[in-house]
Design a protein around this ligand. Structure first.
Ligand SMILES: [Cu+2]
Length: 458
C-alpha cells in the first residue's frame, strides 16, 4: 500500500480480466463509468425510470445506471484512484469509479436496485448501504451478512429503496483503513412524487478527513484524531467549489460525516432548518431555526432555507482547526513574544521550522516555502485580500440574476455602495479604562508597538 507500483504488482493478473469485462459491458455486467477529475458535474437528469429532481454533488458526480427488466442496475468499481484535494495537492487514495469519494447514487423511493461491486483493490472489501432498510443479507457487513469480496471478484447487491431520504455507502471490511483511504459515497433516494420535498437547488457532499504528511501522497491509515486535511468530498478550500444559487431559491444542503469527529456546520447571512436526517424527513412541526447544526460522526443532515440575501456567504465547519489545511498542532503560541531572528536560527537546526506570528496568526500572509504536494494552511484570495481559510470552508454565492439551473461561478459579489464595512478616519473618543482590581502588581496587558510601516505589534 506504500506506493502505486505495489498496487499494480499485487493485483495485475486479476485486474486485467475484470477490467475487460466491466469496461466493455460484456458478460451481462453494466458499464462502470469513470470520472477522472474533481470538478462538480451538472445534475444528472434521469434519462429513464421515474422522474425526480437530481442533486448536485459538490466536486463530484452521480453514477449513470441502466434499466434492465424494471431494475435499476449500477456498477461500482472499488479501486486505487488519484484525487486532487486542491490545485497543488494530489493524493493516492482508494475510491470508486476513478475518484474519492465515489459517485453519488440517485434512485426513487420504491425502485428495485441492483448494484454490481467489482473489487480492484489489493485487499478484500464490501459495501454497506448506510441508512437503507433492506434484507439482512444485503447489508454489506463482511463476515456477518456476506463473505468479503476478494480482489478481482464482483458481488451483486439487490434491494428495494424503501424510503426517500439521505444516505451513504462505505465499506464494512477493514473499515479503518478503507475509510481513511477515502472509500465512501453519497446516496439519495428521491420521493415518488417529485413535488414532495421539492427544492430549487439540492447540494450533497460528505465530510471526510485525511492525515497526509506534507510532501507525501498516501493518507496515514492509523491516525485516530490528529488529521491534517479536512474536506468536503475530499476537497479542501480553496479547492471546494462555491454553492451557486439564485436569489429566492429554496436551497437544500445535505452533508454526511465520515470523519472521526463532529462538525458544527455554520452558514452566514441566512437561517435554516434541519429538515432531514439519515433516518428520514423531519415533520415540519418538529423543526426549529438554526445557523449552525452539528453533524456527528456517522450522521447525515439535510438543511433547508430560502436564499433571500444576496452576497458571498461563508459556509463552513465552526471548529477553527477544521478550516485550516496541513499544519502541525505542536507549534508554540508566540503572540507577544519578540522572536525576530529566532525562526531563522531554529530553521538552520530544524529544516522547515516555522513559527506562528507574534502579532497573532496571520499565517495567510507569511511567505514561506512549503514542501511539494501539500497545501498552505490558510489560503484563498478574495476581492478584499487574503481569506485565510482552508479545509472545510466554501462560499454560497447568492445572486439575483443567476439563471435557474445555472451553477457557473458568478465571480465576487459587488456590494451596493455604502453597504460594506469601512475604516473610520475621524476623531476617536478618549479611552476609558476600568480599574484593574484583582490584577497582581506589575502585570500589564500585552504591549502594542508599531513598526515603521505603522503595523501593530503586540
Ligand atoms: Cu469540523
Amino acid at each position: 500500500m506504500s506506493n502505486r507500483r505495489s498496487f499494480l504488482a499485487n493485483g495485475a493478473a486479476t485486474l486485467i480480466g475484470v477490467g475487460l469485462v466491466s469496461r466493455a459491458g460484456a458478460a451481462g455486467l453494466p458499464e462502470a463509468p469513470v470520472q477522472s477529475n474533481a470538478s462538480t458535474a451538472p445534475p444528472l437528469m434521469p434519462p429513464d425510470g421515474r422522474p425526480y429532481n437530481p442533486v448536485v454533488t459538490l466536486n463530484g458526480w452521480s453514477l449513470p445506471w441502466r434499466m434492465k427488466d424494471g431494475v435499476k442496475e449500477f456498477h461500482l468499481v472499488a479501486e486505487p484512484v488519484l484525487r486532487e484535494f486542491a490545485p497543488g495537492m494530489v493524493a493516492k487514495m482508494w475510491g470508486y469509479n476513478g475518484q474519492s469519494p465515489g459517485p453519488t447514487i440517485e434512485v426513487v423511493e420504491g425502485d428495485r436496485v441492483r448494484i454490481f461491486v467489482t473489487n480492484k483493490l489489493p485487499e478484500h472489501t464490501s459495501v454497506h448501504w448506510h441508512g437503507q432498510i433492506l434484507p439482512s443479507g444485503m447489508d454489506g457487513v463482511s463476515g456477518v451478512s456476506q463473505p468479503a469480496i476478494q480482489p478481482g471478484k464482483t458481488f451483486v447487491y439487490e434491494f428495494v429503496a424503501k424510503h426517500a431520504g439521505t444516505f451513504m455507502y462505505h465499506p464494512h471490511a477493514d473499515e479503518m483503513t478503507q475509510m481513511a483511504m477515502g472509500m465512501m459515497g453519497f446516496w439519495v433516494t428521491h420521493p415518488k412524487d417529485p413535488r414532495q420535498h421539492a427544492v430549487d437547488r439540492d447540494f450533497v457532499f460528505l465530510l471526510s478527513a485525511y492525515d497526509i504528511e506534507p510532501g507525501s501522497m498516501v493518507p496515514k491509515v492509523n491516525t485516530m484524531t490528529d488529521f491534517n486535511i479536512w474536506t468536503f468530498n475530499s476537497r479542501a478550500f480553496p479547492g471546494i467549489d462555491p454553492l451557486v444559487v439564485r436569489q429566492g431559491d429554496r436551497v437544500r444542503i445535505r452533508a454526511g460525516n465520515l470523519t472521526m469527529t463532529n462538525h458544527p456546520m455554520h452558514i452566514h447571512g441566512h437561517r435554516f432548518e434541519v429538515t432531514g436526517t439519515d433516518g428520514g424527513w423531519i415533520p415540519p412541526a418538529a423543526r426549529w431555526p438554526e445557523v449552525t447544526t452539528d453533524v456527528a460522526v456517522g450522521q447525515m443532515r439535510a438543511i433547508e432555507f430560502i436564499a433571500d440575501n444576496p452576497g458571498d456567504w461563508a459556509f463552513h465547519c465552526h471548529k477553527s482547526h477544521h478550516t485550516m489545511n496541513a499544519m502541525g498542532h505542536s507549534v508554540p503560541t508566540l503572540i507577544g513574544v519578540d522572536h525576530s531572528g529566532v525562526a531563522e536560527k531554529i530553521s538552520k537546526l530544524v529544516p522547515g521550522y516555522m513559527a506562528m506570528g507574534e502579532k497573532g496568526g496571520s499565517m495567510g500572509g507569511m511567505e514561506m516555502e512549503i514542501p511539494e504536494n501539500t497545501l498552505p494552511m490558510m489560503t484563498g484570495t478574495g476581492p478584499h485580500g487574503e481569506i485565510e481559510m482552508g479545509g472545510m470552508f466554501t462560499l454560497m454565492k447568492v445572486r439575483p440574476d443567476q439563471k435557474r439551473g445555472d451553477y457557473t461561478d458568478p465571480g465576487w459579489y459587488r456590494a451596493p455602495k455604502g453597504s460594506t464595512a469601512y475604516e473610520w478616519t475621524g476623531e476617536l473618543p478618549p479611552a476609558v479604562s476600568a480599574p484593574a482590581a484583582s490584577v497582581p502588581a506589575g502585570v500589564k496587558p500585552l504591549e502594542v508597538t508599531r513598526d515603521k510601516k505603522g503595523h501593530d505589534h503586540h
